[in-house]
Ligand binder design. Structure first.
Ligand code: PMP
Length: 383
């Protein structure tokens, strides 16, 4: 029996999406593919909340992180990163590998980097000449999310390129690309987009394309200008062989999101995260992110009490048909993480709370599951 995914990616894939992927493959240089890509691109603009160009590539989210560096910058460029966990840290490392000069802001895992922090840097001597600001929207390793709107205002004030990693947030947490002035947004298929891993995405603003013209970092596979040229053909194409089957699935997932309505999808994520956080606290466990204002609607980190091993808890979950995630980097062994994004509902949250109670009991720590379920469902019904 396969295991149910309550991880922050990959996430559960709806059967409609799987069925769409069962259809016979089509060639990627025929009109039917052009029509599919055109259709998908328009729906992507809806979920990215943008009129900007949106490009799809076969690849992991990390590929898109690299693409977002090599397409817009040159070796020696000074750039700033808000680092609040593993993924911000990874992005800065990629920038360094390509010869950029990253300034790392924040660094305290579990806290947010604020617009004020960025404004202070960009107004200071050290921040002079910074060409771009990189922000992780939802820091999957901690469960903290960033205030993209206010950071956008600061980026506009200082006229720098604004780049956002929305890999684990797009569609789960509101990201108003155009309204908040985000030049480059990247994401991937395996999170709130309810599609298997293997696709990644970029939205690029006019200012992004201006930067692209000047950018000297080497690139071939991730050449976004080349991809745009193919996309703008009478019958849209990709420069290289696309992941046709995954695109069939993505198209269906985007239909489902459109049908539910983006605003409703955001509300569902918020409601389920509140339900889960309430349940976790009522169980008597400690949330890592206590401040509700920065607590992610997509992933929740739970502190492990003294004497409880992460591996034993996640092992119990696996043996009971659910996969959850452990801590990454400096949080390894200290937390467990539950993803509640994508194709998720209250039933899944309820089952996860029950399994949490049973998992801790198996380790000799009794939790009040009954009280937790009661409170969690109350929150669900009242939100
Ligand atoms: N950024 C964030 C915020 C992520 O959550 C992830 C994946 N967990 C990535 C980047 C990297 O994506 P991938 O694992 O697909 O390379």
């Amino acid at each position: 029996k396969s295991s149910f995914l309550m991880t922050p990616g990959p996430t559960q894939v709806p059967s409609q999406v799987s069925l769409a992927m069962a259809q016979e493959i089509i060639h990627h240089r025929v009109p039917a593919f052009g029509a599919l890509l055109k259709d998908i691109t328009e729906k992507l603009q809806y979920v990215f909340q943008t009129q900007n160009d949106v490009l799809v590539f076969p690849g992991a989210g990390t590929g898109a992180m690299e693409g977002a560096i090599v397409n817009f910058f040159s070796p020696g460029d000074k750039v700033a990163f808000g680092i609040i966990g593993e993924f911000g840290s990874r992005w800065a490392k990629i920038a360094e590998i390509f010869g950029l000069q990253p300034i790392r802001l924040g660094g305290e895992w579990g806290k947010a980097v604020t617009a004020q922090d960025i404004d202070l840097l960009l107004s200071s001597e050290a921040g002079k000449g910074v060409k771009g600001v990189f922000i992780t929207h939802n820091e999957t390793s901690t469960g903290v999310y960033s205030d993209l709107k206010s950071i956008g205002e600061v980026c506009k004030k200082h006229n720098v390129l604004y780049l956002v990693d929305a890999v684990s947030s797009l569609v789960a947490i509101d990201c108003k690309t155009d309204l908040w002035g985000i030049d480059v947004v990247i994401t991937a298929s395996q999170k709130a987009l309810m599609t298997p891993p293997g696709l990644c995405f970029f939205s690029v603003s006019k200012k992004g394309w201006e930067y692209n013209q000047e950018a000297k970092c080497p690139r071939y596979y991730w050449d976004l200008a080349n991809a745009l040229k193919s996309l703008k053909k009478a019958s849209p194409e990709n420069p290289y062989t696309p992941a046709v089957t995954l695109l069939f699935g993505l198209n269906e997932a985007l239909n489902m999101i459109k049908q539910e309505g983006l605003e409703n999808v955001f509300k569902r994520h918020l409601q389920l995260s509140k339900m889960f956080r309430t349940g976790v606290e009522a169980l008597g466990l400690e949330l890592m992110v206590k401040d509700e204002k920065i607590a992610s609607p997509a992933v929740t980190s739970i502190m492990l009490p003294e004497g409880i091993e992460a591996g034993k808890i996640s092992g119990f979950f696996r043996n009971n048909g659910i996969v959850i995630a452990g801590g990454q980097g400096q949080l390894k062994g200290k937390i467990i993480r539950v993803g509640h994004l994508g194709y998720v509902d209250a039933f899944d949250i309820s089952n996860t709370l029950i399994t949490l109670g049973r998992a801790f009991k198996s380790q000799g720590k009794a939790l009040n599951t009954e009280a937790a379920l009661k409170k969690a469902w109350e929150v669900y019904e009242h939100e």
